[in-house]
Design a protein around this ligand. Sequence first.
Ligand SMILES: [Zn+2]
Ligand SMILES: [Zn+2]
Length: 595
Amino acid sequence: MGESVSKPVKVARDVWMIPDRCNVYVLKAGKSGLAIDFGSGAWMQCLPALGIERIEQVLLTHHHADQCAGLAGAAEREFMVRSPAGEKPNIDPADLARRIQEWKKLTCAPYFHNAALWQGVPGVVCDLHPDSELWFGPFCLRIVHTPGHGTHACSYVVEAGDRQLCFCGDAAHEGATIWEPYHLEWDHWTGEGALAAWQGIKRLLGIGIDRLLPSHGPLVESAPNKTLRALADKLLNFYHAKGCIAPGEKDHFIAPMQSFGGTRHYLDALYQFGVNGYLLVSKTKEGLVVDPSLADLSFLDNLLKRLGNVRPTAILITHCHADHCDGAANLQAAYQARTYLHPKIAEKIGRPPSGPTPYLPVKPVQADVLLPENGTWTWNEYAFRVAHWPGQTWWHAAYMTTVDRQKVLFGGDSFQPVSRWNGTGGFCANNNSRFREGFIPSARLMLAWQPDILANGHRCVFRFTESRFRQIIDWAYFAERAVLALCPSGDLETDYYKPYHPHERNGVVPKPETAGRLPEHRAEPTGRKTPAPTNKATLASAPKAKGKPRPKKIAKATKAVERVKPKVKPVARHVVSKKKQKKGGGNREQHAGAS
Ligand SMILES: [Zn+2]
Ligand SMILES: [Zn+2]
């Protein structure tokens, strides 16, 4: 093993904690031992000093790598390894291999987390059912379902002398927190994991516990029930944060003028097709396709047939998720359409997915032109405002233009009507959803831009209302506090984001309040007239970048990426005056000086 081992800490008579990759607890009966969790296994060097000649069995609290990494690959062992019932798909090598094979067939990156042990542990018996017990010498170990770090995680409650001990795995941590709280996010938008964790803590609160013995960090030796009560409250807050982000607001869905064959006609020049796609038609009979997904392309084909003479020449993408961009390559090939990517989105989908961000397209989407991060862009007669618009994911942008005298904002999945997914596309650590740097500045941007129509993903076309976005700002502060309250280190980066996105923080400096103000760079309109549609690219408004290096990742991935040139000065900021916000109506935009 060769790893250095910390000294065992006596917890009760014949019970010790040995620090390893996680806290390993050892119970002794005669010359035999039972261990709760395994870590690296280095702790076994301590056994002779404790008078233990052999380990009989190892009980895992859950399947994470820190609990069982030392067991990987070792088919032959002298002790039995048991885990909570239901963990087999997460721990059995054959099951895991099958799952990885299935993922290889997907067109988008799967949802998974960083703590998985992908080679699995052979020979684990997954037979520990909640609400049952097992005996080891004089110890009766009661199995209590405490999910959170996965759906099947369990705690073991043991009476040792006059003390009742609870080996709670990662269900609770010192300071009423959760070790790596992103594990509570079982999917990318619901609070299901948090609610299950709350139920588990309520179960523990119903049992007289004298000491809480978690998988990580110090033992909770004084007032464990106080810790559990505080934790239950925090878990409920986290669950509420996953709920509606603008309660009481109405959806204000907009009725299409006409619907046909999976397509809805909203404004003279604007169509929505399939689930996520939009087609904006120019006077030149060119089409701009927003968010082409593979699944929606047949609807676009139908629509184009019906329109007769419209040719898609440009592609715009709102965010990195595959269902908003995996059809881009087909349009590029079929119509020589050019893809205009926001730099933040390009950095995520311009290369094959790596790391655990879910739902990315497996095939990279190449940019023909890079848009400014915050600025303007013109496509034919349409002048667009372009902005980084983080919310559901960090790799998200918003584009607003005037269509038939209505300000239409293409917004993807960051915000939705309240009856749809609680008013958002969800937040979670592995989408790198942020609050002060994400939802809050993005909501403020809407208050500044005042669109008439939000043309979002998943067929959500709805009217903008100020009150909704003001509520979202309040919600985002609450949600951030709710996540932070569960972080053992008191730092969101360390406990919540970093395990997923160790590199994303480069150059992103959190600015409390002022993060709501997005600096704006304007692209230079060229004034050139757009030629009639041809097979060749037609965009007059995208001059080649001068003097500014291309982002490396994009430069590698594509041969000729243009960049919509941002002006260095002036840097204008959009600020909504509080008075005007309250009054509502009219154009609320002000331009503050550069800083
Ligand atoms: Zn864990
Ligand atoms: Zn999405």
